[in-house]
Design a protein around this ligand. Structure first.
Ligand SMILES: C[S@@+](CC[C@H](N)C(=O)[O-])C[C@H]1O[C@@H](n2cnc3c(N)ncnc32)[C@H](O)[C@@H]1O
Length: 341
């Protein structure tokens, strides 16, 4: 029987329960999701005193040589910021540095070299991990009714599918559920990757807020998710410095039978060696919007090589492949393409 935290607070709960709730609150106090952090930079109401000092730092738009920053970030994190849209990326990083009250890029680099939490904060901040199950439901509907039957007709049930830049796992787990309508669960295999190790740990844990589940078909919600009671919530492992799960009143765990079908690995879309081969479908959505046109084209070319002939590429609807014919893709609609040669 799920326990309502609110009701328990009214009655006080047992000492142990109060302590674990208090523990969670301590973590919660420290926690802010990446999105919250980003929002807090621009939206948090501030007192008059802090407002004037913040104004001083937010006005500091010249933190130094961005080329220097990019080189240092590459050395420390192996992330090449040259492949991300510069204006957007620089603005995000500058906001973060200003918020920390640091005077320039060298001061920030020194911090990243010595403070693991700051390094993690940087990676979370620049990667933008927002995701949800069945994101853009109309596109998943097309996947369900048209793409999966086509894949089965072309390649049979033994499908190799890659969810690239999978974030918290909502996307690869949605794929398992969508495929389960056609293929026995124990035959489904999804390879899921992301550059961010912390986010992969969260994906493997498989705990979500109610909002992330909004697009999940009702029958799968009932079959594959469990609402956690407060005792179970207290046992959930917190991952990283600012785990949003710490602030949740209600959370859902995706079932082990769904989780067991996905293999997660850290991989960088900007690293040629991280591309696997002979895939029937690649799903890569809502990450290439942050890449420069050149980097995006390079990724599309590499996806082409990772796909088998007639394999399908599912991308975000704002990430269209402009020169798709020249790259030997056929276009099914603005978000589904297929390898032609
Ligand atoms: C906005 S989320 C998209 C999640 C999911 N695909 C979706 O559409 O809901 C973008 C993800 O891309 C990852 N990412 C950013 N740069 C990457 C790179 N160079 N290689 C692999 N993943 C990257 C981030 O860590 C983040 O988890």
């Amino acid at each position: 029987m799920p326990i309502d935290l609110k009701d328990k607070r009214k009655t006080g709960g047992t000492l142990t329960e109060r302590k674990s709730i208090a523990d969670r609150k301590t973590i919660a106090d420290r926690a802010a999701t990446t999105r919250e952090r980003i929002n807090s930079i621009s939206k948090t109401p501030v007192s008059r005193d802090t407002a004037s000092s913040n104004l001083a730092v937010t006005r500091n738009s010249n933190l130094g040589d961005y080329e220097y920053l990019k080189k240092q970030i590459l050395t420390i994190t192996k992330v090449d910021l040259n492949s991300y849209k510069e204006a957007q990326m620089k603005r995000r990083i500058d906001q973060l540095i200003n918020k920390k009250g640091l005077k320039d890029y060298p001061a920030y680099i020194n911090l990243l070299k010595t403070d693991r939490d700051a390094l993690e904060e940087f990676l979370n901040h620049f990667t933008i991990n927002v995701s949800e199950f069945y994101r853009n439901p109309d596109q998943w509907d097309f996947m369900d009714k048209t793409v999966i039957p086509l894949l089965l007709q072309r390649f049979g049930k033994n499908l190799k599918i890659w969810s690239a830049a999978c974030s918290t796992g909502d996307e690869p787990y949605s794929l398992v559920m969508a495929l389960s309508k056609y293929i026995p669960l124990n035959q489904i295999r999804i390879y899921a990757t992301d550059i961010d190790k912390t986010i992969i740990a969260k994906a493997k844990r498989g705990i979500y807020d109610e909002k992330s589940l909004a697009g999940v078909p009702k029958e799968f919600c009932e079959k594959y998710f469990k609402k956690l009671d407060s005792a179970e919530m207290d046992k959930v492992e917190m991952i990283g410095e600012s785990d949003p799960v710490a602030t949740l009143k209600t959370a859902y765990a995706v079932s082990d039978e769904i989780k067991s079908r996905v293999t997660f690995k850290q991989a960088n879309l900007l690293e040629p060696k991280d591309y696997p081969s002979d895939y029937h479908m690649i799903v890569c959505r809502n990450v290439l919007i942050y890449f420069t046109e050149d980097a995006k084209d390079e990724v599309f070319r590499r996806f082409h090589d990772s796909l088998l002939h007639e394999g399908i590429l599912f991308i975000g609807s704002t990430e269209q492949i402009t020169g798709y014919q020249a790259m030997h893709y056929g276009r099914k609609n603005s978000f589904f393409y297929e390898r032609l040669d």
